[in-house]
Design a protein around this ligand. Structure first.
Ligand SMILES: [Zn+2]
Length: 323
């Protein structure tokens, strides 16, 4: 159980765990994207204390939840009273407004700028766009924007800001894959039950000249705060690059985003598959995880001596939470 949670929240976490235990949220087991079933368990709870079996593939080093909730299970989970109450501490519209004020969309545009050599007005499609806070940074003179999100409230919020936002999952947006010159997938891939299937369909329908921007957590920055029941896959720069290549995408750049996360920009062109990216990846990530555990243990020991605050920052243990 996360010791940061207040009593109310920990009661909700316990209620959700009881439902998971009782099988009220349907779950499923899946092998790794590489096809291997060999795995090592990394954690059995997420950052809140929710039951979530995070494993790492012995063959390729990709981390994932296994078992995970099925698609129907996730719908029930997000629609449950407990989940809503767990996240109702933050005012919905105030949070959306705060995100509009953040510069994330501007950072995405700045990263893409070197690749935007087209002279015509570009069509930008964002999947999982939330309230459209990223798209607001793409000025209407240069870009025609469109976004899809599952939350009726957030879509309504974005529409009130003058954006072309539509309610729907990835399937609803599929007819627009071929419309876009640029597709933005910011913190979407790590939530998908079948990311490879989705990327394959996207690749098939994209214009040959289209760009794709991807933002995901970087599990090289391993921290228990990164582990979330909502995250089905955890990529490292190496596993992300390899799987994008193997799905037919040319990776033009891959680098950091928002400090602890990472971004990739995919450009048209021949995908070059580099199998060597996965060589030793399991062992490398296990070392990162072990080092994190050793540091956590050291911090807990210092905490019990009452001197944690002094040394926590020196050990690079400032709590981070992925979005
Ligand atoms: Zn694997």
């Amino acid at each position: 159980m996360n010791t940061m949670l207040n009593k109310n929240a920990s009661t909700l976490v316990q209620a959700i765990n009881a439902k998971i235990q009782a099988g009220e949220f349907p779950s499923e087991r899946r092998g790794c994207l590489c096809g291997s079933e060999l795995q090592h368990q990394v954690s059995n709870v997420d950052w809140l204390g929710l039951t979530a079996q995070t494993v790492i593939c012995h063959s390729c080093g990709l981390m994932r939840l296994n078992p995970r909730l099925s698609k129907a299970g996730y719908s029930l989970f997000y629609g449950s009273d407990e989940y809503r109450r767990l996240h109702s501490g933050e005012e919905f519209i105030a949070d959306a407004e705060r995100r509009v004020m953040q510069k994330q969309g501007g950072q995405i545009l700045a990263l893409l700028e070197p690749y935007l050599t087209h002279s015509e007005r570009l069509k930008v499609l964002e999947l999982g766009c939330g309230g459209g806070w990223n798209l607001l940074r793409f000025d209407a003179q240069r870009f025609e924007t469109r976004g899809y999100d599952l939350s009726p409230g957030l879509v309504e919020f974005g529409v009130s800001k003058g954006l072309d936002l539509r309610l729907g999952a990835l399937e609803a947006a599929e007819s627009d894959y071929g419309w876009a010159d640029l597709v933005i997938l910011n913190h979407v891939l790590e939530h998908l039950n079948e990311p490879a299937d989705f990327l394959r369909r996207l690749r098939e329908k994209l214009k040959p000249s289209a760009l794709v921007y991807i933002g995901v957590p970087n599990i090289d920055n391993f921290n228990t705060g990164q582990l979330q029941l909502a995250h089905t896959y955890y990529f490292s720069p190496r596993t992300l690059r390899y799987y994008l290549q193997s799905l037919g995408f040319a990776v033009a750049e891959l680098g950091p985003a928002q400090n602890i996360h990472m971004h990739a920009i995919l450009t048209p062109g021949e995908a070059r598959i580099e199998p060597q990216l996965l060589r030793g990846e399991y062992a490398r990530l296990m070392r990162i995880i072990r080092n994190h555990r050793l540091r956590s243990r050291a911090v807990r020991a210092l905490d019990s001596l009452g001197i944690k605050g002094l040394l926590k920052s020196a050990l690079g243990m400032n709590a981070v939470k992925s979005n």
